[in-house]
Design a protein around this ligand. Structure first.
Ligand code: NOJ
Length: 538
């Protein structure tokens, strides 16, 4: 065996956001310390040792700022304060201090594309065309027919324009009418929003997840977007047009370069951008050495593509190569607060295959809370649905994001240890919480949680899994994706069986098994069993 020390040193040169795992917390659903049925900052702070025990590097908190909560915090009424539902600035400072003491980084969700209509800036803008903040938002006169300025659509259904009757003008909102788009063309808006970043970085925040960063600018001509010929009635309305004027505009790239310069005023900070685009348009968001943009452009393609061995291999090969070509660090995501739980998507049998893939591909993994214990989508009865994306689009039931936002399952007591027993959690708990919970899985060496920890422990012990080169190998079987990670003379082979058949792999599988998703140590050369994931020291 080779000496891992030099490899360890090579992997150690990576930045924290390259070598570590980002863990996304949806604060409403993590831990309720007050008994109001909604999670909060003190709850999160109390659970930080759990995060540490998972072997993750950073906690990203979905928005915790002052908000009327029409979009559960993605409608910010004060960018520099904490919503009382979650706590206070003092609670936040305590959280950061505790996290840093444990060696964990803290990332916030920065929502620059739109504010809440309750924000003082928008309230001022509503005073009329002469308001000093009028141009902080995007206003248009009615179209030639006296109606909407153009055919732009909101992500949540309906037009992206709402009439302000007092002035006779429409304002733009790519999401709810209560989420007016900020006008990033106005330098004063950019400066104010950059000061928000400085405010939090001075408080010790290590990084940001940037909400819908690819939507910041719109084409100035305000032309109709072309109709999408592939759209079928029943699909969400937002997809009925092609977003050539509202997404991925050249000006957006410039604004992100400016944003990055603000981050670079501070040491060792990072940002990861939420961007749903094909790889050719996605990777340029990393910028270049001379004109850097986001550190990581979120790669959602494992969510968006079919769950098949060859399709995943093809994507992983091309994405890894594309990242190498432009010198960008890769990243991988299986779930977040906008996407159905990955276990529900790929099926229970494939759950560990997917988890293994996420934590062994080259690049930073982002893990959504609860995925480490195998939380599933929770069916939410219509009368308990609260997500505006679902409520506004009753014809597209899958649009609701409530099923993936349910309370964390800590133990088998009432309310799963999320809220005190007397409370009513803001969303219903999963039916299976008495068996699928942290406490039960902690005690079981064969549980999903133990498997997750075994994977993160392997990442610590084998730097090749973190910093090593990636290349896929022919497994000889349609259903088996096999790849190697190599660094400093050490090579690990990852075998993933996407199917229900057993396969003998020969030389590809030679070596000593370090971990099998089947909780045992199969001999070298043994067949890869149905739905098995195996990591081999080659
Ligand atoms: C993307 C966020 O992830 C989503 O939850 C939110 O509804 C929209 N942006 C609007 O901010």
């Amino acid at each position: 065996m080779t000496d891992p020390a030099p490899a360890q040193a090579m992997a150690a040169q990576l930045k924290w956001w390259q070598k570590g795992i980002i863990y996304q917390i949806y604060p409403r659903s993590f831990q309720d310390s007050t008994g109001d049925g909604v999670g909060d900052l003190r709850g999160i702070t109390a659970r930080l040792p759990y995060l540490k025990s998972l072997g993750v590097e950073a906690a990203w908190l979905s928005p915790i700022f002052t908000s009327p909560m029409h979009d559960f915090g993605y409608d910010v009424a004060d960018y520099c304060d904490i919503d009382p539902l979650f706590g206070t600035l003092d609670d936040f400072d305590a959280l950061v201090q505790e996290a840093h003491g444990l060696g964990l980084k803290v990332m916030l969700d920065y929502v620059p594309n739109h504010s809440s209509a309750d924000h003082a800036w928008f309230q001022e803008a509503l005073k009329g065309k002469g308001s000093e903040k009028r141009d902080w938002y995007v206003w248009r006169d009615p179209g030639p027919d006296g109606g909407l300025p153009n055919n732009w659509k909101s992500f949540f259904g309906g037009p992206a324009w709402t009439l302000d009757e007092a002035s006779g003008q429409y304002y733009l909102h790519q999401f709810l009418p209560s989420q007016p788009d900020l006008n990033w063309r106005n330098p004063a808006v950019r400066e104010a929003m950059f000061d928000v970043l400085r405010f939090w970085m001075r408080r010790g925040v290590d990084g940001f997840r940037v909400d819908v960063i690819w939507l910041l600018a719109e084409d100035e001509r305000f032309l109709d977007e072309p109709v999408n010929p592939e759209w079928l009635p029943g699909d969400i309305e937002h997809n009925s047009v092609q977003h050539i004027y509202t997404q991925d505009q050249p000006e957006t790239h410039q604004y992100i370069r400016e944003m990055r310069a603000v981050l670079d005023e501070f040491e060792d900070r990072m940002m990861v951008g939420e961007i749903y685009l094909p790889v050719e348009q996605l990777l340029p968001y990393a910028g270049t050495e001379d004109a850097a943009m986001v550190h990581l452009p979120f790669n959602f393609h494992l969510i968006l593509r079919p769950w098949q061995a060859q399709a995943v291999r093809e994507f992983a090969d091309s994405y890894d190569a594309a990242c190498l070509k432009i010198g960008t660090w890769p990243n991988w995501v299986l779930g977040n607060h906008d996407q159905h739980r990955f276990k529900s998507r790929v099926g229970a049998a494939q759950y560990r295959v997917a988890q293994t893939l996420l934590l062994t591909l080259r690049g930073t993994p982002t893990v959504y809370y609860g995925d480490e214990i195998g939380m599933d989508n929770v069916r939410i009865p219509l009368e308990r649905m609260v997500d505006p994306a679902g409520l506004q689009q009753p014809d597209s039931p899958a649009a609701s994001r409530d099923p993936e936002r349910t309370p964390m399952q800590w133990d088998a007591t009432a309310n799963a240890g999320f809220s005190p027993a007397a409370a009513t959690p803001w969303l219903p708990l999963a039916d299976d919480y008495q068996t699928t919970n942290v406490q039960a899985q902690q005690a079981d060496p064969h549980s999903d949680l133990s498997y997750f920890r075994a994977l993160t422990a392997l990442r610590q012990q084998h730097p090749a899994l973190v910093g090593g080169a990636y290349h896929s190998v022919d497994s000889g079987h349609e259903d088996v994706f096999a790849f190697r990670r190599s660094l400093g003379g050490e090579t690990l082979t990852i075998l993933l069986n996407f199917g229900a058949g057993e396969h003998v792999l020969g030389d590809v599988a030679a070596g000593h098994t370090l971990l099998s998703s089947r909780n045992d140590q199969p001999r070298s050369g043994a067949g890869l069993r149905p739905n098995e994931a195996r990591i081999i020291l080659t």
